[in-house]
Write a protein that binds this ligand. Sequence first.
Ligand code: FPP
Length: 249
Amino acid sequence: MLKAIDEHQEQALQQDKVPQHVAITMDGNGRWAQKRGLPRYMGHSEGVKALISAVKFCVKKGISILTVFAFSTENWYRPKGEVNYLMGLMKRTFEKHIEELSSQGVRVVWIGDRNGLSKDITNIWLNAEELTKNNNRLILNIAFNYGGRNEITNATRRIVDEVLTGKINPEEITEELLSRYMYTGKYVDPDLIIRTGGEYRLSNFLLWQAAYAEWHITDTLWPDFSDEDFEIALLSFSRRQRRFGRVVE
Ligand code: FPP
């Protein structure tokens, strides 16, 4: 069956110049620190500075959605000290920056698996969501305890439950329906995915949503990612011809 081009793709074909939704794999924090003879965790705290400035950059540019990969379902297997440091850093980051971000119209949304986490950790994220829930200038999706396969598995489980309880007919299961059951269900797919740190891999990020995203991979390590690097990514995006698998005349 020929799938109709959706409204977001239609707009992207017509305007195409500034992405509505940008996603970022913020990689290279550890290497940034190691290059300077510093412990890895210092790369993460520098990474927060780069994240705050990327958020402000998106607000300035009128980008509507920024999705960042902060902590994966696999990152729990890092050394305990690094995991603990990252949890503390996230808490401190919200304490320090949430009001300022909120005053700029940023809404924080946690995307990821909400099951099986400690109350302390869950509350950090729920508080950030609650404090910013009325903002709508920039949706900041933060992928925490996130894995693309985990997301698709959870979506499948929820859909099967709905089928078993008669809320969904199997014939109603379409790509659009699956999209709505992803953690990003309310939002359009990313137009542009940036990966810092120079590795050419997906790392289980936005597997479903990345189907037609444009990629920009840079060697810049995340703590060094500046407005200028972001401009370069946007410029590269603006020169691409998006076709969504079709022929564009
Ligand atoms: C990848 O670099 C980065 C991470 C696993 C953590 C990213 C987290 C932040 C920037 C802080 C987020 C804070 C909030 C509030 C969301 P890496 O350690 O894998 O770097 P490497 O590839 O050089 O080892």
